[in-house]
Design a protein around this ligand. Structure first.
Ligand code: NDP
Length: 451
């Protein structure tokens, strides 16, 4: 008789930590999901009997490889590259590439694990993966970045393909890097195929992909507010980060009538009590995307704005907080400060931006708390639509894609709501996202048998 006893969370995590020593980010991500899934599988014996959660928390494979590149002065550098293919039960592995000195196997395993649930929530046929390198593109010349990307793809190409694994961008991997990576894949294989997403429009990219994650975060927030009989118009919002997700989330907030008070980068944050309006945001877009400047320059440009070196924006009084920079950027003290200031909604644009304690505090409170795997799924959803356009040799218009994104985010919200709502009508969006994301992948895995 197979064992159908569901382990308690501590026992489950103890085993996970033993198998993955020192991989704290991975343990944190799995722990957050297991907290909701273990009670759920206690009522669904077949998932436990097939050890679905244990299998999901063991990546299908982790490929790691050496990446050598030569800088402009002729010095040779040796970095490490990875691709974590977590699970392809419902479609080809799909997830971004991150280039940052903070990248480790643990960070990529956490991201690939999360991606599996996120991709499932989109309803599109995509499995979960993630990859990257500890290479830091900051301060490197275009040619140095090109040589690194070519070297990285020279190894990665043998592990990916349009029906196998379709990487995209993430921190440190934008359109420049995707161009170099795609060019090298095409050179090695001799094939033009939709093997990467986030491509430029000229060679098969999708309209709206750049904006999709940030816009999707705000569409998800809008659905949460609607469900609570609230609206965005007139609300104040604190946003962290000033990269792809933060800037387009800020743009959509402004479009919807909210007042954006802050933006940040890894050096500090700017606070503009008059609000960062569309014109000022346009200036920031040029600063960050074209000149690769620092957010501190905003305070020199606009009267009334203040720059706070070395700090995050969570003590600024606001109705809505969108952490859109990086993992664990919002700790328990920050969560307390937001709640003390009567924040109404916290929605995660970045992946796992709230520490475990901060997330627990938000879940215990009565605010609306939107977890990353649901709220920031708009980017990968439009990536999925890019794959469809590539395979059909089509290029859809922006309005059509924006309608599809709006609809997809509303559907993701509805899945989270229906699995996360308790009898008193309160919605635990974290539980809803975990259960809805898990169920689809788990059911597919059951159909395949034990492997
Ligand atoms: P970018 O590289 O475009 O921007 C990241 C931003 O975060 C930059 O402003 C960066 O500042 C800041 N940042 C990085 N590290 C820190 C830190 N330790 N403390 C404070 N700020 C920091 O990345 P994206 O906007 O693409 O991604 C942001 C987050 O969203 C990540 O968690 C990513 O995984 C997630 N995400 C992204 C998606 C996408 O489509 N791009 C899709 C889904 C999730 P600096 O310039 O100083 O480094």
């Amino acid at each position: 008789m197979a064992n159908t006893d569901v382990p308690d969370l501590d026992t489950f995590l103890e085993g996970l930590r033993k198998r993955n020593p020192g991989q704290e980010e991975f343990a944190q991500a799995v722990g957050e999901v297991a907290e909701d899934i273990l009670p759920f599988i206690a009522d669904n014996e077949n998932y436990q009997e097939a050890e679905i959660l244990r299998r999901l928390a063991e990546p299908d494979r982790v490929v790691s490889f050496r990446v050598c590149w030569e800088d402009d002065d002729g010095n040779i550098h040796v970095e490490r590259g990875w691709r974590v293919q977590n699970n392809n039960a419902i479609g080809p592995y799909k997830g971004g590439l991150r280039f940052s000195e903070s990248v480790t196997e643990s960070v990529l395993k956490f991201l690939a694990f999360e991606q599996t649930f996120k991709n499932s929530l989109t309803g599109l046929p995509m499995g979960g993966g993630k990859g990257g390198s500890n290479f830091n593109p900051k301060g490197k010349s275009d040619r140095e970045v090109m040589r690194f990307c070519q070297s990285f793809m020279t190894e990665l190409y043998r592990h990916i393909g349009p029906s196998v694994d379709v990487p995209a961008g993430d921190i440190g991997v934008g359109s420049r890097e995707i161009g170099y990576l795609f060019g090298q894949y095409k050179r090695i294989t001799g094939r033009w195929e939709g093997v990467l997403t986030g491509k430029a429009l000229e060679y098969g990219g999708s309209r709206l992909r750049t904006e999709a994650t940030g816009y999707g975060v705000v569409y998800f927030l809008r659905e949460m507010l609607k469900n609570a009989d609230e609206e965005l118009d007139g609300k104040t919002a604190v946003v962290s980060g000033s990269g792809n997700v933060a800037l387009y989330a800020a743009q959509k907030l402004i479009d919807c009538g909210a007042k954006v008070l802050t933006l940040s980068d890894s050096d500090g944050f700017v606070h503009d009590p008059d609000g960062i309006d569309a014109e000022k945001l346009d200036w920031v877009m040029k600063l960050k995307l074209e000149r690769r400047g620092r957010i501190s320059e905003y305070a020199d440009e606009f009267d009334g704005a203040e720059y706070h070196e070395g700090n995050a924006p969570w003590h600024v009084d606001c109705d809505i907080a969108l952490p859109c920079a990086t993992q664990n950027e919002l700790d328990d003290d920050a969560a307390k400060a937001l709640l003390d200031n009567d924040v109404m909604a916290v929605v995660e644009g970045a992946n796992m931006p709230s520490t475990r304690d901060a997330a627990k505090r938000f879940r215990k409170s009565d605010i609306l708390f939107g977890p990353a795997k649901a709220a920031n799924a708009g980017g990968v959803a439009v990536s999925g639509l890019e794959m469809t356009q590539n395979s059909q040799r089509m290029s859809w218009e922006c309005d059509k894609l924006d309608d599809m994104l709006t609809q997809l985010m509303a559907e993701i919200h509805e899945k989270c709501r229906s699995d996360g709502e308790s009898d008193d009508g309160a919605v635990d969006y974290v539980r809803g996202a975990n259960i809805a994301g898990f169920r689809k992948v788990a059911d597919a895995m059951l159909d395949f048998g034990v492997m």
